[in-house]
Design a binder for this molecule. Structure first.
Ligand code: KIV
Ligand code: ZN
Length: 515
């Protein structure tokens, strides 16, 4: 650590803004796994959710607040008394808890969405911060749509909430509209003009609609921001948020330019990226900076020759520094229950009960019989697999058979347990997966529309598990289902059923509007 550099707080909002991506909603168990990984990576703040959004969100935040000791746990809250009180209760068990309250400050949001006057907005913001201070002395205030707000009004709101006790002031580019020079100038202006600016941490929160979320965030840092709000893999609403891995590695790699440092353990970046991608079903594009599969691959002969002679000729970061390691053989078919359990715990995976552990171990043995070499990625998929959490699930796969032959139409048969009752179905399709989905639908008749189907090999080799994501939509709700298996037709069936099970139960309610 360089004592001369300021600390740059990394505020991770994968579990809140990231989860607002269509179909990316996570179960409590999945959120806990991501939170543990974020803690292991040493982010400063984990925004664990939006407590007032649903009882499920509230529970997940509270559970994260109970287990996370190494990071501040935060809940989002609109500027209403109910939201703030729910957030305060949710973070109560945390060693360090923060309430992040927000209200929109742009003319278009105040007039058209809130239907409030600027004076009313200032009053609501101040009240919100005062309520939040009843629960914690760590209160963040965000001016939603700051990017399209009038600077004089922003200065006024921020000055008032600082007086009321806000300790972090967040400046969001909610709609991803800014460009780096303008965003940096806004941050400098605010820091210069807002009374009390020196008493708070200035934060930036950028969306990626024009592909500039990271560049804008970094510009704000150069202008004095000391907290960046970001997500793993840049997950988030629409085009996403600033990507954590890019921000952190830019600051670290260009330490000659940035007067700040983070405390992040960068070797945990790739495991975090894989975990979030696996859980949400949002694949990482191969050429994505830092965490894409090709981010450190050199294809051209000239580059390969240069790297072999002297790595720095074409590489500005080292793959191993961000957690890229060769696939490590971790377990095999002779590994025992203890080795299995301790490898899971090294990966931050804590199964809720002995029963889950036994089920997971049985699945591991089955997989080891088929696959021989089991990698960390296989274990991650194994515990994400819907099979482990199917107790009480409405649809379960009991049997599947598919016949696919050159020149013939593929046919599939499936047996499902539906609400405890066994049902058989059949279907034909353009391929074995299509036939299997039709067979499932011959039973479920869900009326859902298939929006996305994707398969990824979890590790290398033809014996690798295929990891399938299925995105379904029905009545305006979008869900992702995941499944993994060495047989991709079975992985597909599991993913489809996982999505159907999610459609079966009420989702979080996204609160409409502010205040
Ligand atoms: O994008 C945004 O404005 C937000 C706020 C709630 C901070 O996510
Ligand atoms: Zn946002």
């Amino acid at each position: 650590m360089n004592d001369k550099k300021d600390h740059l707080f990394i505020f991770d909002t994968t579990l809140r803004d990231g989860e607002q991506s269509p179909g990316a909603s996570m179960t409590k168990e999945e959120k806990l796994r991501v939170a543990r990984q974020l803690e292991r990576m040493q982010v400063d703040v984990i925004e664990a959710g939006f407590a007032a959004a649903s009882p499920g969100d509230f529970d997940a935040i509270q559970a994260i607040a109970r287990i996370v000791k190494g990071a501040t746990v935060c809940s989002l809250a609109r500027s209403s008394e109910n939201d703030i009180r729910r957030a305060g209760e949710a973070i109560a068990p945390a060693t360090r808890g923060r309430i992040h309250t927000f209200i929109a400050t742009s003319p278009i949001h105040m007039e058209k969405k809130l239907r409030m006057t600027p004076d009313q907005v200032v009053e609501a913001a101040v009240r919100a911060v005062q309520w939040a201070r009843e629960y914690t002395d760590d209160v963040e205030f965000s001016a939603e749509d700051a990017v399209r707000s009038e600077v004089d009004f922003l200065c006024r709101v921020f000055a008032e909430v600082i007086k009321a006790g806000a300790t972090t002031i967040n400046v969001p580019d909610t709609v991803g509209y800014s460009i780096p020079s303008v965003w940096g100038d806004l941050m400098s202006t605010l820091i210069q003009r807002v009374p009390g600016a020196d008493k708070v941490v200035w934060s930036t929160h950028c969306h990626n609609d024009l592909g500039m979320a990271v560049a804008n965030s970094l510009s704000a840092v150069l202008a004095g921001a000391r907290q960046v709000e970001c997500t793993i893999n840049g997950l988030g609403e629409r085009a996403g948020n600033a990507s954590l891995e890019e921000v952190v590695m830019a600051v670290r790699t260009r330490g000659d330019l940035f007067p700040v440092q983070t405390r992040l353990d960068a070797t945990q970046i790739v495991p975090a990226s894989k975990l979030v991608s696996q859980i949400t079903g949002y694949a990482v594009q191969p050429n994505k900076a830092v965490v894409g599969a090709n981010a450190f691959a050199h294809e051209s002969g000239i580059h390969q020759d240069g790297v072999l002679k002297h790595r720095e000729t074409y590489e500005i970061m080292r793959a191993e520094d961000v957690g890229w390691a060769q696939n490590k053989l971790v377990l095999g078919k002779h590994s025992g229950r203890n080795a299995f359990k301790s490898r899971l715990s090294a990966l931050g995976i804590v199964l809720e009960s002995e029963e889950y552990l036994n089920l997971a171990f049985a699945r591991f043995k089955e997989l080891a019989d088929k696959k021989h070499e089991i990698f960390d990625e296989d274990l991650q998929a194994l515990v994400s697999d819907e099979d482990l959490a199917t107790d009480g699930e409405y649809y379960k796969l009991s049997y599947s058979r598919v016949c696919s032959e050159t020149g013939e139409t593929p046919e599939a048969l499936v047996t499902l347990t539906v609400g405890g009752e066994e049902k058989k179905g059949a279907g034909i399709g353009s391929g074995p997966v299509d036939a299997t989905f039709k067979a499932i639908e011959s039973i479920a008749a869900s009326g859902a529309q298939l929006l996305l189907y994707s398969v990824n090999a979890i590790t290398t080799g033809t014996d690798a598990q295929g990891e399938v994501t299925v995105r379904l939509s029905r009545g305006g709700r979008i869900v992702n289902g995941n499944g993994a298996d060495t047989d991709i037709v079975i992985a597909s069936a599991k993913a489809y059923l996982n999505a159907l099970n999610k459609l079966q139960f009420p989702d979080r309610v996204d609160p409409q509007g502010d205040v």
